[in-house]
Ligand binder design. Structure first.
Ligand SMILES: Cc1cc2nc3c(=O)[nH]c(=O)nc-3n(C[C@H](O)[C@H](O)[C@H](O)COP(=O)(O)O)c2cc1C
Length: 208
């Protein structure tokens, strides 16, 4: 059982990393494997709507984490995205990456649980979570919750280590996420299959 995590902060070992580490520590304790991807500090292309991924199911820009995340999701059981809050929204680079990961991928994501978590100095956390969770809810991915909205607070590196409740929320998220993954595995073993993501569903553009 494996979970892919994305660190959407330009700080490789900053507060977002620490928050994801709270999750991975608990996952490892529960015997769940993890694979961490970092957004980096380089340019992350936005989606240019070229439509090439319709055929290839991979993004034409192959110089960042996007296609590597899609590949990793092939044999992963869930996806967790962490981001710092920038102007009451996720960091711009992670939004660009998420647009391309979710637009290009096909079978790798639906029916696998997803969760988002954010870190902020003070405000904008729920607005940022709302943006990230929408990628899951348009992709037929069950969104896993904790016992509070998944956020930690801190500004400079290490500050979130004082956020006892935030750390607890992440540990519970990892526990709940594992429970959902195990439940889905059990369901599959017992012939309970999810609805397919059919391509012939109604698809209207409001004008026709
Ligand atoms: C451009 C920018 C915008 C920010 N906007 C917010 C904000 O809207 N609300 C907030 O509470 N903190 C904001 N912050 C603070 C970061 O969310 C905070 O320092 C966070 O812990 C950084 O995480 P990191 O160490 O993983 O990069 C902002 C920081 C930057 C650089």
């Amino acid at each position: 059982m494996k979970v892919v995590l994305i660190n959407g902060s330009p700080h490789k070992s900053g507060n977002t990393y620490d928050m994801l580490h709270d999750l991975t520590e608990e996952f490892h304790r529960l015997g769940v494997e993890t694979e961490l991807f970092w957004i980096g500090t380089g340019c992350i292309h936005g989606c240019i709507a070229c439509g090439r991924c319709d055929k290839t199911h991979r993004c034409i820009f192959d110089d960042d984490l996007v296609n590597r995340v899609i590949d990793a999701m092939e044999d992963a059981d869930g996806l967790i995205v962490g981001s710092p809050v920038y102007y009451a929204s996720p960091n711009g680079s992670i939004i660009s990456a998420m647009d391309r990961i979710f637009y290009a991928s096909k079978d790798e994501l639906p029916n696998k649980p997803g969760a988002a978590c954010v870190v902020a100095r003070r405000a904008g956390t729920t607005a940022a979570l709302d943006v990230l969770e929408k990628y899951f809810t348009i992709t037929q991915m069950p969104v896993v919750s904790s016992v509070y909205w998944p956020m930690e607070h801190g500004r400079g590196p290490g500050e979130t280590r004082q956020d006892e409740e935030g750390i607890y929320i992440m540990k519970r998220l990892a526990k709940n996420f594992t429970w959902v993954m195990k439940s889905l595995e059990y369901a599959k073993e017992h012939g309970i299959e999810p609805e397919p993501m059919e391509t012939d569903r109604p698809w209207t553009h409001f004008i026709r």
